[in-house]
Every structure is written in C-alpha cells, then in structure tokens.
Design a protein around this ligand. Structure first.
Ligand code: FAD
Length: 438
C-alpha cells in the first residue's frame, strides 16, 4: 500500500506525515532542494482564528507540523493591526525541523523531483513521472495527494502580476510548478477579482542588518515594529488591494510600514519601491532578502485549484486527493497544514479500504473546507480569499460561534464530534486487521 505526495510545502508535509501515521508507505516528491515552499518565507501562525484551527488539529492527533512551528518561534503573543496573539516562526530554522518530523514519521522524501506528467488507467492515476529528458523517474502508487500549491509560473507572474520577482520558489533554477490534476485531465479553477487573475503574495523580507539599529532592536525585543510613512497617501493602495491576504487591505498597512520578526524583517506589503522605502527614517539602507526584486513585484498565486469534495478527493479522478492552496482559496500555513492532513489521512483510508472522513461543521476546519468549496462555485466567492486569521472567514467563525481561544472548549468540541485522536498514529496490529478486511 503506497501513497505518493507531490509538492513539499506545508500541505504536502502534513499530508505525508498523516498518511505515514496510518501505516502506509509514503514518498514525498518536491521539485526544489527544500521543503515548505512558500512557507520558507512566511512565519505568522496562531493569529486570530488560526489558534482555534491549530488546537482543533492538535486535539484530533494531527499536531506534528504545529509542534515544529512552535519549536521554532521567535515570538509569541504578538499583536499587529487586525491580528492578535500571533506566533512567529523563524524562517531560518523551520525547514530542518520539518525534515526531522518527516524522518521521524518514516516518510521517504525525494528532492529535485519535478513531476511533469501522469500515467492513467481510466479515471485512476497509475504513476506520476518526471520529464523524459530530466532522468525519466516514475513513481507508481495506490493513491496520490497533490499539494503543488497555486503559485504562478514565471509567465503567469509576468502576465497577471508585474514581473517575475525572483521569489523563493526559484522557478529559474528548479523549473515551474506543474499541476498533476491538470495533467490527469481535470479542469482547474483560478481565483479572480474583476480583471485581476490570481492574487499577489502579500509580504516581503528585508535583511534585518539593513535596518537602523533602533528599529532592529525594537523588532528583536517586541517582534513587531510599526513605522509611519511620511506623507503616505492613496499611492500605496493599489498594491495592497491586489494582495492574496485580503485581511491586510486596511489603512494601517498603507500608511505605515509594519515589520514582523521572522528571523528576517517581514515587511507586510507585497512590494515597496526601494528608493521610496529608503526615504523613510530608519530604512535608509534597506535591502530586500525576499523576493529578490521585492522593490518591484511579488509572486502571483491562486491559479490552478482543483475541484474537490469535502473529503478532499479531486473530482473525476478516483485516487487523487489535494490539500493546501491546491484545495481552494484558503490562504496560510495553518490552512495548508489542516487540509493537507485531511487529504493525506483520507488517501491512506482509501488504500486501506475505509470510508472517507469528512470533518463536521461543528469544527472550524470542517466548516471552512465545506464553505470554501461552496464559495468557489460562485463568481463572488472566486474573488475572495479565506483564512482563519481574518476577513470574511473569521467573521463567519465568530457568527457561528466557532472562534475561541479556550483550549479546553476546543477539546470538548472535538470530543463531542467523536474525533479526539482521530489522526493519531494507528497501532500496527489494528492496521493489519484493516488491511485484511480491505
Ligand atoms: C511571501 C509569502 C509570505 C507568506 N506569509 C505567510 C505567513 O506569514 N503566514 C501564513 O499563514 N501564510 C503565509 N503565506 C501563505 C502560505 O505560505 C501559503 O498559503 C501556504 O503555505 C501554501 O502551502 P501549500 O503547501 O499549499 O503550497 P506551496 O507553499 O506553494 O508549496 C507547494 C510545493 O509544491 C512544489 N511543487 C510544485 N509543483 C511541483 C511538481 N510538479 N512536482 C514536485 N513538486 C512541486 C513546490 O516547489 C512547493 O514546494 C505566505 C505566502 C507568501 C508567498
């Protein structure tokens, strides 16, 4: 019984661990030389409703990725405009920590394997494979999980963004994202709002060393620094309105520079012209660390999402599951982890001959998975982004009484749903029973 996960971002890592814990053999294929994809340049978690979703997943026994984030925090309980009690992980230390979690779960990780095609047998995928001129490697499995994200490829960032910003996905080195579902014949979905196809990634990183010492010290001490931009007006509004993270489309982010300490200084705007930035007191020497051309542009995401059901199985393909951004307009590491976890778990259940798990809407995670699927069937919904951390979905969490910071209450809800420890490692003896029954 074998599962292949394609794409080693937060969703793929969670999916691989979730499936391996059910006792199946798991191989994770990643096109670059590192795990975590866009998670390599993120860092914010446990903010607003992400706290609730995180604790739900931990109560269900699927906490490995969150424990890795917690182990690498630079700061906890950070408040910044629109966000409360955020934790920030260190982008310099998180990737090896996740590698260790995958090794502990027994996942076979292959780097620099860029899947470019599929072998089909009717409506089942038999194998995924690389290009013939790239070594022609082929991976057969009983079920597949696609977690390749939704980042634009160079031509898409040029067309729907401003220009390729040389982001952490490093398409020029490792080749562009390829969608497995599309190769299998699935008609995919792209987010769009009016003329804008996809959405622009919402933050950059500055080298901390390039900031004035007083800003650096404040950032190291508090985790957050807010610096008013002298003479800021509506000129900055356009870039904020393009953002993938619509929870940041508020005046504080256009009239001030908001920095967060994620190892580097995370600058909460998609891009900022370097010459303008250097006019702000304290930023005279500012230098972008990510994307390299953060003075000009950022990456475009939310293209190529897969139609799927609430068990996260891709429509029309019998043995393909999806998680993370691939599974819909859900922005964030937490969102990628919880959907990846469910996708990997359900892929394992499928190969073990068991019924798929759909999480109930009494839990924020179950409600979000269903709500986003429904919203993506509407024109209005395709123009929105959803996250536990703000905007329309946090409002919905509050309206439905799903948002809480009370861990005991979260555990009670999970227990009431009969899901305490549901994603925990399966005892081998039980696994053999299931395999025999299947
Ligand atoms: C600049 C930036 C900052 C962000 N900051 C935050 C933050 O602070 N907090 C937060 O919660 N969210 C943040 N986000 C959003 C968050 O990173 C994503 O929503 C989430 O991590 C997506 O995870 P994913 O696994 O679905 O996809 P990705 O992170 O896109 O990972 C997909 C992976 O699949 C691989 N891949 C693609 N195609 C193939 C193929 N054919 N074969 C093999 N491998 C393939 C890619 O190389 C990549 O590693 C940020 C995003 C960006 C871009």
């Amino acid at each position: 019984m074998k599962i292949v996960v394609i794409g080693g971002g937060w969703a793929g890592c969670a999916a691989a661990v979730a499936a391996a814990k059910q006792g199946v053999e798991v191989t994770l294929l990643e096109r670059t030389d590192s795990l975590l994809g866009t998670g390599l340049v993120g860092g914010i978690f446990r903010n607003n409703g992400r706290f609730t979703a995180t604790e739900e997943m931990i109560a269900m026994g699927g906490g490995e990725m969150f424990h890795a984030m917690d182990a690498c925090t630079t700061h906890t309980n950070v408040d910044f405009p629109g966000h409360q009690h955020a934790s920030l992980y260190n982008i310099a230390t998180i990737e090896p920590e996740v590698q260790r979690a995958l090794a502990a779960a027994g996942v076979d990780v292959r780097y620099m394997v860029r899947i470019a095609d599929v072998d089909m047998e009717g409506t089942r995928i038999r194998a995924v494979k690389t290009h013939e001129n790239k070594g022609s490697v082929r991976f057969e499995a009983d079920a597949f999980v696609e977690t390749t994200g939704t980042s634009g490829v160079v031509s898409v960032c040029n067309k729907y963004g401003i220009v390729c910003s040389m982001c952490v996905l490093r398409c020029h080195t490792f080749g562009t994202r390829v969608s497995v579902a599309a190769r299998a014949g699935v008609s995919e979905i792209s987010g769009h709002k009016g003329e804008q196809v996809g959405a622009m990634s919402g933050s950059c990183k500055l080298l901390k060393e390039s900031l004035a010492p007083h800003l650096r010290e404040e950032l190291n001490a508090k985790g957050v620094v807010i610096v008013p931009i002298p003479g800021a007006g509506s000129a900055s509004d356009d870039k904020v309105s393009k953002k993938a993270c619509q929870q940041y489309a508020q005046p504080e982010y256009t009239q001030s520079i908001v920095l967060l300490d994620t190892g580097h200084a995370k600058l909460m705007t998609p891009y900022f012209p370097q010459a303008e930035l250097r006019k702000v007191p304290g930023f005279e020497n500012a230098r972008f660390e990510d994307p390299y051309s953060g003075g000009v542009s950022n990456s475009i995401r939310f293209l190529g999402m897969a139609p799927r059901d609430d068990a996260l199985k891709v429509d029309g393909i019998d043995n393909l599951f999806c998680g993370g951004e691939k599974a819909g307009l859900l922005v964030g590491h937490t969102e990628a982890v919880v959907t990846g976890e469910l996708a990997g778990y359900n892929a394992a259940r499928q190969v073990l001959g068991e019924a798929q798990l759909v999480l109930p809407d009494t839990l924020a995670i179950g409600d979000a998975i269903r709500h986003v699927r429904e919203q993506m069937q509407t024109e209005k919904g395709l123009g929105l982004k959803f996250t536990f951390s703000g905007s329309v979905y946090l409002e919905r969490m509050k309206e439905r009484g799903l948002f809480t910071l009370d861990v005991a209450e979260i555990r009670r809800r999970v227990d009431a749903a009969g899901l305490t420890g549901a994603f925990a490692a399966r005892p081998t003896s039980n696994l053999r029973e299931v395999a025999r029954a299947a």
